[in-house]
Ligand binder design. Sequence first.
Ligand SMILES: [Mg+2]
Length: 143
Amino acid sequence: MRVVFLDVDGVLNRHGYRPAESRGLASWIEPELAARVAREVAALDARVVLASDWRIGRTIEALREAFGGHGIAVHDVTPSACGGGRWREIAAWLAANAVGAAEMAIIDDAFDMGELAARHVRCSPLNGFDEAAVAALRALFAR
Ligand SMILES: [Mg+2]
């Protein structure tokens, strides 16, 4: 099973983006960027696990509705409070689900992915998930 760990701010929206009307998480997702993620995830036959802080305080049903409206199916979310650092939360999910690092990628505009850095597709928060990030993602699974 291939897995893509997905961030939101700086990936599905660009720095400075403001929805015309804020109605929850879905309005903070830019359709063009979400469509690109959906396309690539489908091409990889990967599942999406949400690693963004947007997952905190929301039910999986609410997240699935918000992302589903943008064509992204949320499979699961990473656990919280795994001793500091988003990459540790991702590592905990991988261990719990017996998924190897070679079968996953992390799409995030953060810099520190610790021991998982080799599988990190870093987006610029100015551009979000752009075509350069697409190329980096494809390259990870082409090896
Ligand atoms: Mg971010």
